[in-house]
Design a protein around this ligand. Structure first.
Ligand code: C5P
Length: 404
């Protein structure tokens, strides 16, 4: 059973490297895989070695690199051994030539021969010039592979080595790593649709000023990412934060509480599980000035009138169908349990995740959080201080017990 927090620990990955300028990124990918506790076997084409020598991969993988079917001892069949022992296999970068051979079962070098013997999940990361990538023959080969069950990671758009601007860049190593983690994660949320809100809301005073809070979005993003890894269809409605949207998640960017309410309510119908992590501003300026407010001479105070924002969670609690599971978050400075229980009743929630704010290692901005889960039936579960990604998985585990 794969631990959702460390899906790569103890796993064996086969890394195929073909000849493109992006080979330097596979070196970093190899480091990330090793750091996550995976064993890695590398197989390289002759062209790949024109870009980075095999010694680099050998040292970092701590394993011999396969480059030639005939070079090594024949006491064991190395390429069959690495193919059969891997839990997942990835080719990054994958050239047009390699894609064509893979699509048609051609095995004329060490890499393609090895990959023909792989029975575990395979991911290909195409990387090439935009015109080559868009060529009908390359696209046809990618379609064949996709239909065969190979996972194709779309290339990024950007400036390519040939100075073309367009699709063809190998995605960043952390992104490929993230997708390999997903391949190996258990998919216990398959068939479930999860709607998450995250971050602060931002309530304008005038065109340059606003009322907001210190929410970083880290907790909500961690939950969205964890649910996607576990096979859920995830929508994330997020206030302004400086985080990259999680891979594979439909992300809707909003600013104000009203925007967030509109987005959440329009997505609510299709969601099985709704997790409202966002730190929504309870009040907004009564009037939003259309021009910047100027200070006048002699003015030593300014009164800003605020009006209450809609409570999105409470509204969702009223609209909730019996088959939907609604989770709120509560940041409290005191009386954690009493306040959390009151909110479960008042907002008609199935569960609330409450944390005391104020400590440096918990709540807003921190990478860790200390949360207690309170349930509708009066029970509670304390989650010790841990990484927000770990909190996310424990929270999802608790939800799964309730919904299944
Ligand atoms: O009552 P309190 O604001 O502490 O409740 C926090 C929970 O309510 C969070 O889940 C937050 O996303 C949600 N909330 C909301 N709309 C508001 C205020 C809070 O959805 N206007």
């Amino acid at each position: 059973m794969t631990d959702p927090l460390t899906p790569l620990a103890g796993k064996q990955i086969l890394l195929g490297v073909t000849g493109g300028i992006a080979v330097y990124k596979s070196v970093e990918l190899l480091r990330l895989l090793k750091k996550a506790g995976a064993g890695v076997d590398v197989v390289m084409t002759e062209a790949a070695r024109q870009f980075v020598g095999k010694t680099t991969f050998e040292v970092l993988s701590e394993n011999p690199v396969i480059t030639d079917l005939w070079a090594d001892s024949h006491a064991s069949v190395a390429h069959i051994d690495v193919a059969s022992r891997c839990d997942a296999a990835v080719i990054a970068p994958a050239t047009a030539n390699c894609i064509a051979k893979m699509a048609h079962g051609i095995a004329d070098d060490a890499l393609t021969t090895t990959f023909l013997a792989v029975t575990s999940p395979v991911m290909l990361c195409p990387s090439m010039n935009t015109d080559m990538y868009q060529n009908i023959r390359v696209q046809r080969n990618l379609d064949i592979l996709e239909k065969d069950g190979v996972y194709i990671l779309d290339p990024d758009d950007g400036v390519l080595a040939c100075k073309t601007v367009g699709a063809g860049r190998l995605p960043e190593p952390w992104f490929i790593f993230d997708r390999i983690c997903r391949m190996l994660s258990s998919k216990d949320f398959t068939g479930k649709s999860v709607l998450v809100s995250a971050g602060p809301t931002l309530e304008p005073i005038d065109p340059v000023r606003y009322v907001s809070n210190h929410s970083s979005g880290k907790m909500g993003y961690a939950i969205a990412r964890a649910a996607e890894m576990r096979g859920a269809a995830v929508t994330l409605v997020t206030g302004p934060v400086s985080l990259d949207p999680p891979a594979g998640v439909e992300t809707v960017h909003v600013q104000t509480c009203q925007d967030m309410a509109d987005a959440m309510l329009s997505k609510m119908d299709g969601a099985d599980i709704i997790i409202k992590v966002a730190a929504v501003a309870d009040f907004r300026p009564k009037k939003q000035e259309s021009v910047k407010i100027k200070k006048t001479s002699g003015q030593d105070e300014m009164i800003l009138t605020l009006v209450q924002n809609p409570d999105i969670l409470q509204r969702m609690g009223q609209l909730k169908r019996p088959d939907q599971f609604l989770v709120g978050f509560a940041a409290e400075t005191n009386d954690l349990a009493a306040n959390a229980r009151k909110k479960i009743q008042k907002k008609n929630l199935d569960m609330i995740a409450a944390n005391l704010v104020g400590a440096a290692d918990s709540g807003f901005k921190a990478d860790t959080n200390k949360v207690t889960l309170f349930f509708k039936d009066g029970s509670q579960k304390e989650i010790g201080l841990m990484d927000k990604q770990a909190v996310a998985h424990i929270l999802l585990d608790a939800i799964l017990v309730q919904v299944s």
